[in-house]
Design a binder for this molecule. Structure first.
Ligand SMILES: Cc1cc2nc3c(=O)[nH]c(=O)nc-3n(C[C@H](O)[C@H](O)[C@H](O)COP(=O)(O)OP(=O)(O)OC[C@H]3O[C@@H](n4cnc5c(N)ncnc54)[C@H](O)[C@@H]3O)c2cc1C
Length: 433
């Protein structure tokens, strides 16, 4: 019997489990371990609360969890409650699917001032991740700068720009909705080093900016190259640029109190302020013939009381696992870290791609494990459960999650799908003892 421990219950973890069930048939037992008592990783804590249809992918993961060969072991922190070396002693295959939960810092003077937040923290706050429930973003400011030109930056900007009515039917947690209802933010800047042709937005996310109740998207007409150059773009990007051109043509709308301006060709150089963020100094850029942003030498000051850095993520290192500090992920060769130890998803390739990208990733890894390794006679789950009991670590299972889920659904405000439980102590009380 092959024993497999998958650490992390986000998309990469679940797709790897799905692949292993298919590859190894009756001859496998899989434990999906997560540090939280709740499953799904960034599907629950990253994907925007007003994008419920995307979150519905978790139903597919529920089918995997319901398989009798699979067990969910929640509330177990690998690297703290149990070591990776202990897991590799207990299981034939250990797969780290722990994602990339840490914010990349801006790395500029002043980036440690209060009011500078990472997007993992800001998104985690409005999505009810227990780690960020106490964040208190300074929303008593007129202007916010979101640094980054990907969908995460757009998510952050959209949540700041929406009305409470627009968020009511989402699963944004009440501890975020309430301060957002009192928010004084009227200008949201989304800062990109390069131009509209290089932005990493997808069509749906950009399109939504044109449909906001009280906010107008602003794009400078001068930021576009001649329209004839759009033809060389790949179809998806060309459609995004078409929408951005429409925003630029439309211009400001005095009937809408909030502006959401896409500030292309600007990179942050210093956060300014005494004791808290007061402004961001930016360097204007242009794109050279190799597609790289180069400084023009001209700077600009954007007054703001809050900055959200949405410029990428790093995996959290785990004792005993070789880590590439530069790349911010585990040292691995196509998923192989060391004999019996593998990684997959964002923990393997860094924070890129969509939820679906993690599926071929998981399937390819399992194909490799099947080809290169043999099932051993390691004890698997029984040994881990015994160790965790000895260490008095309470472990939750998928039925505990179903109870949490039902409670969250029952607590939802009118029209919302759920009200997440954000206190770890409250979550633990639901399955401990
Ligand atoms: C803000 C945001 C919005 C996004 N929106 C979309 C979207 O709309 N559409 C889309 O296609 N993609 C979206 N993505 C991308 C998508 O979420 C990722 O591709 C995907 O979640 C990566 O999967 P993963 O399993 O590698 O990591 P994760 O989803 O991060 O899962 C990692 C899991 O590992 C657990 N874990 C971490 N460390 C430990 C440890 N030491 N011990 C035990 N468990 C641990 C975590 O609790 C977590 O459950 C978004 C990403 C972000 C950040």
């Amino acid at each position: 019997m092959r024993t497999m421990a998958i650490v992390g219950s986000g998309p990469a973890g679940f797709y790897t489990a799905e692949a292993a069930l298919k590859a190894f048939g009756e001859d496998v037992r899989i434990d999906i371990i997560d540090r939280l008592p709740t499953p799904y990783g960034l599907i629950r804590a990253g994907v925007a609360p007003d994008h419920q249809s995307i979150k519905a992918v978790s139903r597919r993961y529920d089918q995997v969890a319901a398989d009798e060969r699979v067990r969910f072991l929640g509330n177990v922190r690998v690297g703290e409650d149990v070591g990776v070396g202990e897991l590799t002693a207990f299981y034939d295959d250990v797969v780290l699917a722990v994602g990339a939960p840490q914010d990349r810092p801006l790395g500029i003077p002043g980036d440690d001032l209060p009011g500078v937040l990472g997007s993992a923290a800001f998104v985690g706050w409005y999505n009810g991740h227990p780690d960020f429930k106490d964040l208190e973003p300074p929303l008593d400011t007129q202007a916010v700068v979101v640094v980054g030109n990907g969908n995460v930056a757009i998510d952050c900007a959209r949540i700041l720009a929406k009305t409470v009515d627009e968020l009511q039917a989402s699963d944004i947690v009440n501890h975020a909705l309430e301060p957002l209802s009192r928010s004084e933010v009227r200008q949201v800047h989304v800062l990109g080093r390069r131009g509209p042709h290089q932005a990493s937005f997808t069509l749906k996310e950009v399109g939504e900016l044109g449909e906001l109740e009280r906010a107008t998207p602003l794009v400078r007409i001068g930021d576009f190259p001649p329209e004839t150059e759009d033809a060389a773009l790949e179809t998806g990007q060309r459609r995004v640029v078409e929408v951005l051109r429409r925003f630029a043509a439309r211009g400001p709308d005095a009937s809408r109190p909030v502006t959401l301006s896409l500030d292309f060709f600007r990179r942050p150089v210093a956060v300014l302020g005494h004791g808290q963020v007061e402004a961001l100094e930016v360097m204007k850029t242009r794109v050279d013939e190799n597609g790289r942003a180069v400084d023009t030498g001209e700077t600009e000051i954007i007054p703001c009381g809050m900055i959200v850095a949405a410029i990428g993520y790093r995996t959290a290192s785990i004792p005993g696992v070789p880590f590439d500090e530069q790349a911010g992920r585990f040292v691995n060769e196509a998923g192989l870290i060391a004999p019996g130890l593998w990684c997959v998803g964002w923990a393997r390739r860094g924070p890129s791609g969509t939820i679906g990208t993690n599926r071929p990733d998981g399937f390819a890894l399992v194909e490799r494990i099947a080809k290169e390794t043999l099932a051993g006679d390691k004890p698997g789950r029984a040994a881990l459960i015994a160790l965790l009991a000895e260490r008095q670590v309470p472990v939750s299972d998928f039925d505990d999650w179903r109870n949490i889920d039902a409670l969250e659904v029952a607590r939802a405000r009118a029209g919302a799908p759920r009200e997440k439980i954000v206190e770890l102590s409250e979550l633990r009380a639901l399955f401990e003892g």
